[in-house]
Design a protein around this ligand. Structure first.
Ligand code: CMC
Length: 472
């Protein structure tokens, strides 16, 4: 092998290896049913760091009982090598590297490489990867016509769900999930095409021409270019904006088994087309309790309108009978400051300063809200700290993005996390289709009634439920 061949080999993407499995501890656990006296032995599984887990996989076959855990508050649905979160101490690591280091010293494209392949790239490997991603950014001409089917006022997340799902129709025959090379090609296509789809959703809402991706621009620059350039003028993305955009993408790149990533894994566990699985993830992300919170934060800050009204809203958030929640506060896993929010808090000031925005009333409200909430007994006792969505909305607004595009940008950044988890799940040798169980609380078995035997009075009409969405 020549020196160049060796160098080429060294710079290639690492081979796709089988993932590690958790170690079975020497200790075993015994669950005792005190009524029947039956005992059930459970293995204890250890990861590298973080809590251990009891292995309940054979529990039902032994006991004929399920484990009840709606919302998966205590359930590990898989093992993973990608991301580690220590929510009590506000730690987030990707492949062992802290999010602060990645955001301060790395860039989005190498974060993508790290999440997908497990290691930071060499200079040459990074260039090759950026080239590969850069050469998949265009959309099939036929796919461009899909946008015309949407109303101009359609929410861009609705367009993303539709268009990304439609990608499955374009690449179905070339996406054999049993072929690692085809899987990686699908992963690269998704990472590459998401900014194009997101930007076109925005351009379509404005009635402006779609701007073709430019291969000489970085990932973040290209996204800004496709969003903000128009054919009639030159557009050079500002380095400040590009740096801020890149950092926002890094901070959203992955967050282990959140609702959207778990949705992608669950959809993919049936062997479904990866483009369709990512569309499912986008749908899950859209909700205001998840990625939709960045849009909801801005709406809330606008509704508060003035610093003097903050106590009124804090009071509402504390009131158990009021469904209002402070958007951008609280997290299922972090019971400490969200490390992503800490990085974004700094970026927020930098961006506003560099964009020459001296006084931003919304930022004033946000900072005061944060100060009061962090001194308030209710928020302290419930460990409700600002999360990533609290600051991202303020930065994105300053950068000129309309509010309804915030979650789209989250989705663009998160796509690499989704595909990394999808890939990991596909390669998992013991993978099983995801199939939770339930406790049935409906009617007991009963006989079918013919129409003339049924109650025909008004009371028999199905009662309408008074839906109150708790974060409205
Ligand atoms: N404002 C007021 N009270 C809150 C809030 C909030 N933002 N978040 C949680 N609580 C209270 C909640 O009422 C409950 O009180 P109690 O124990 O008296 O019933 C307690 O704190 C625990 O809340 P929970 O809903 O059981 O906790 P969860 O882990 O199921 O929910 C959450 C996590 C993020 C959905 C929730 O904190 C929330 O709705 N936050 C606002 C939406 C938001 O900012 N979402 C973005 C999350 S970060 C981005 C991402 O990764 O998706």
């Amino acid at each position: 092998m020549s020196k160049n061949d060796k160098q080429d080999k060294a710079n290639q993407a690492p081979p796709i290896t089988q993932m590690k499995t958790p170690k079975v501890d020497e200790k075993r656990f015994v669950l005792t049913d005190k009524v029947s006296g039956n005992e059930y032995e459970l293995d204890l599984l250890n990861g590298t760091v973080g809590p251990s887990a009891l292995d309940f996989r054979n529990f039902y076959s032994q006991s004929k009982m399920f484990v009840y855990d709606p919302g998966f508050t205590s359930t590990a649905s898989c093992s993973s090598e990608i991301t580690f979160i220590d929510g009590d101490n506000g730690v987030l690591l990707h492949r062992g590297y802290s999010i602060e280091d990645l955001a301060m010293h790395g860039d989005y494209i190498e974060t993508c490489y790290l999440l997908l392949y497990g290691e930071l790239p060499s200079e040459r490997a990074k260039q090759q990867f950026a080239y590969e991603i850069g050469h998949h950014t265009m959309l099939h001409d036929q796919l461009m016509t899909f946008f015309q089917g949407f109303l101009r006022g359609a929410h861009p997340m609705a367009i993303m769900v539709g268009v990304v799902g439609a990608l499955s129709a374009f690449y179905h025959d070339t996406t054999d999930i049993n072929d690692p090379q085809q899987c990686m090609a699908a992963a690269h296509r998704l990472i590459a095409k998401m900014p194009t789809i997101g930007a076109y959703a925005y351009k379509y809402s404005l009635g402006q021409q779609f701007m073709f991706p430019q291969n000489n621009l970085s990932y973040a620059e290209n996204l800004l270019y496709m969003m903000f350039a128009i054919p009639a003028e030159d557009y050079v993305p500002s380095p400040v904006m590009a740096k801020a955009m890149d950092r926002i993408l890094i901070l959203h790149a992955d967050h282990e088994q959140n609702a959207s990533t778990s949705t992608v894994r669950l959809a993919g566990s049936s062997g479904a087309n990866p483009f369709a699985c990512i569309a499912a993830g986008i749908a899950s992300l859209w909700g205001p309790a998840h990625g939709g919170a960045n849009e909801a934060v801005l709406q809330m800050l606008e509704e508060i309108g003035d610093v003097s009204r903050i106590p009124e809203f804090i009071e509402r958030a504390r009131d158990k009978d009021d469904p209002f929640r402070l958007m951008g506060f609280g997290h299922r896993v972090y019971k400490n400051y969200d490390p992503r929010a800490r990085v974004l808090r700094e970026s927020c000031h930098e961006v506003l300063e560099e964009l020459g925005i001296q006084d931003d009333p919304l930022l004033d409200i946000a900072l005061e809200l944060e100060r009061i909430a962090m001194e308030d007994e209710y928020f302290i006792s419930k460990k409700l700290y600002p999360n990533v969505d609290f600051y991202s909305g303020i930065i994105l607004k300053a950068m000129g993005f309309p509010t309804n595009m915030f979650t789209v940008l989250f989705a663009i950044g998160r796509t690499v996390g989704w595909v990394a988890h999808w890939k990991e799940m596909i390669l998992e040798p013991t993978k099983k289709i995801g199939r939770p169980r339930q406790i049935y609380v409906g009617h007991e078995p009963r006989e079918f009634q013919l129409m003339n035997a049924r109650d025909q009075s008004d009371q028999s009409e199905t009662k309408k439920t008074d839906w109150k969405w708790f974060w409205s």
